[in-house]
Write a protein that binds this ligand. Structure first.
Ligand code: FES
Ligand code: FES
Length: 160
């Protein structure tokens, strides 16, 4: 029978070492023992994107990612996005364009966009929409989210 294991990884730049159950998801570990509740628990089956975090720089749905598979990984969550100087440009643009209503989906959108702008700073409209295709929002209708994303992209690119 599988037994609990010690997991060592970094979360938002901080080394973390804790005991996890073999079937525990990354989402459960983040929101449970690590108390990082900014990553949201939506559908729990990989459909909504609310639980998106970055693992070694790539977006991962933490609700369907086993924590034990993150041994040695670099995990980034929404809590690590803002700096003492202020919010990330994506967060600022969401605020500026009122692209969050209930806000439940917002951390997932922000993490997905951070990866997109790092990997493809000049993403065109189709690429932007494709990148966001796995993040669902039940409130905004997406128009404001896309507007905010374009504004943030311009700021990332130093064009604004
Ligand atoms: S909670 Fe993970 S994809 Fe919906
Ligand atoms: S703002 Fe409510 S789900 Fe997106």
């Amino acid at each position: 029978m599988p037994t609990d294991r010690i997991l060592s990884f970094t979360v938002n730049g901080e080394p973390v070492r804790l005991l996890v159950e073999p079937a525990q998801t990354l989402l459960e570990v983040l929101r449970g023992p690590l108390r990082l509740t900014g990553t949201k628990h939506g559908c729990d089956v990989g459909d909504c994107g609310a639980c998106t975090v970055l693992v070694d720089g790539a977006p991962r749905l933490s609700c369907i990612t086993l924590a034990v598979g993150c041994e040695g990984a670099r995990v980034e969550t929404i809590e690590g996005v803002a700096t003492p100087a202020g919010p990330d440009p994506i967060q600022a643009a969401f605020d500026h364009h009122v692209a969050a209503q209930c806000g439940y989906c917002t951390p997932g959108f922000v993490m997905t966009l951070r990866h997109l702008f790092a990997e493809n700073p000049t993403a065109n409209e189709a690429e932007l929409r494709e990148a966001l295709g796995s993040n669902l929002c039940r409130c905004t209708g997406y128009t404001k989210i896309l507007t905010a994303a374009r504004e943030a992209q311009a700021i990332y690119a130093g064009k604004s």
